[in-house]
Ligand binder design. Structure first.
Ligand code: PMP
Ligand code: GLN
Length: 378
């Protein structure tokens, strides 16, 4: 077979979740909550199914859902988004990012990707015949090195992918980043693909710098979201892309011949549930408590936690425990100590010599406690 993605294997999330299941390990690897989602939302979706909302939704998404999203965006970010022409419901955030990239890329184009990066970006670029230009984030704080970004720009650069809050590091964009981005795109015309699936998971009273806040940046952006992350239902695979009308028109040309439209009852149920602002506004505080509890517990181990300002991940160095590679250590931790994590080198194309593991703290207290009790034996 003449592979279009010869360097791609099975994702680290699949590998580590399978290893966790095989060894009955506590799974702090793949990012998904282990606590139940809202019963009210389940009821709303069930009601939609019982009231016959079971046929194809309109291609761009259930209109009342797009209207509710437009109102939410207006309240949160002050943007006026046309629900008819600027929002498209997608089967998840990953699909929204893939579709945006497919919409804009031609063979030979280049896209700036900041590493470590969520693992779908580079294959999404390469399958379109384009090239990822990899720019490392600064160590140890994983901030963006804008000089390095500028050095990566060529006449072939079509886009930059941003992800805030950031998976896997938990870093977030700052006001300074927004000014640097603004000056970059003023000098070099390019699209912004903004992965904001963790928009509500920002801690310590910090602000989420959505591209939707800044009209000049939004006018060149595809902004991608995921209901899975907002409503603790990653298995529903539902999200949306917000982009200016001219971009959305092209985005939908790709979308309509790929997925066409998304699961109708979930869209109807979520529309009703979106009225409950507390369900998303309270998320940051809810997850911050979990982060802080996990940090507290981890004092009893020899891991050194790095900072996490958002997302549901926190990274940890383990120099005091072993000098194994992060992949070897993550596998051994799962097999011998019964705790699954994600080695951060998996978020680099060429691997990384940093010895860091990513922990997902979107878990019940008892899950975090059981994991740390095992980790403290190291
Ligand atoms: N982007 C990032 C950074 C993520 O961590 C995830 C998911 N876990 C996604 C996109 C994808 O979201 P979805 O499951 O809705 O496709
Ligand atoms: N986004 C989730 C994570 O980073 C996993 C998604 C997946 O399994 N593809 O862990």
């Amino acid at each position: 077979f003449h592979s279009k993605l010869p360097n791609v294997g099975t994702t680290i999330f699949t590998e580590m979740s399978a290893l966790a299941a095989e060894h009955n390990a506590v799974n702090l690897g793949q990012g998904f909550p282990d606590f139940p989602m809202s019963e009210q939302l389940i009821d709303a979706v069930s009601r939609a199914m019982r009231s016959n909302c079971n046929q194809y939704a309109p291609m761009p998404g259930w209109m009342p859902l797009r209207e509710a999203l437009s109102e939410k965006i207006n309240r949160l970010y002050g943007a006026s988004i046309n629900p008819d022409t600027e929002i498209t419901v997608t089967p998840g955030g990953t699909y929204a990012i893939y579709t945006a990239l497919t919409t804009i890329l031609r063979p030979g184009d280049e896209v700036i990707v900041l590493e470590p990066a969520y693992d779908s970006y580079v294959p999404n670029i390469e399958v379109n015949g384009a090239k990822a230009v990899l720019v490392p984030l600064n160590t140890p704080d994983f901030s963006i090195n804008w000089d390095a970004v500028r050095r990566g720009v060529t006449e072939k650069t079509r886009a930059i992918i941003l992800n805030s809050p950031h998976n896997p590091t938990g870093s977030i964009l700052t006001e300074q980043d927004i000014s640097s981005l603004r000056s970059l795109v003023a000098d070099h015309d390019m699209y912004i693909i903004s992965d904001e699936v963790y928009e509500h998971l920002v801690f310590d009273g910090m602000l989420h710098h959505s591209m939707l806040r800044y009209p000049d940046l939004f006018q060149r952006s595809f902004v991608c979201f995921s209901f899975g992350k907002v409503y603790h239902c990653t298995g529903w695979k539902l999200g949306y892309c917000v982009a200016p009308e001219a971009f959305t028109r092209e985005f939908r040309k790709v979308h309509q011949f790929n997925c066409f439209s998304c699961h109708t009852p979930s869209q109807v149920g979520i529309t009703e549930f979106l009225r409950d602002e507390e369900a998303y506004l309270g998320l940051g505080t809810f997850l911050q408590k979990k982060r802080d509890h996990f940090i507290q517990l981890m004092h009893s181990t020899r891991f050194s936690l790095l900072s996490s300002q958002g997302s549901y991940f926190i990274c940890a160095a383990y120099d005091r425990i072993t000098d194994e590679s992060d992949t070897a250590f993550a596998r051994r931790l799962t097999r011998e100590y019964g705790v699954a994590t994600i080695p951060v080198s998996a978020f680099y194309q060429e691997g990384s010599r940093n010895r860091i593991l990513r922990f997902c703290f979107a878990k019940k207290e008892e899950t975090l406690e059981a994991a740390v009790e095992r980790l403290s034996r190291l």
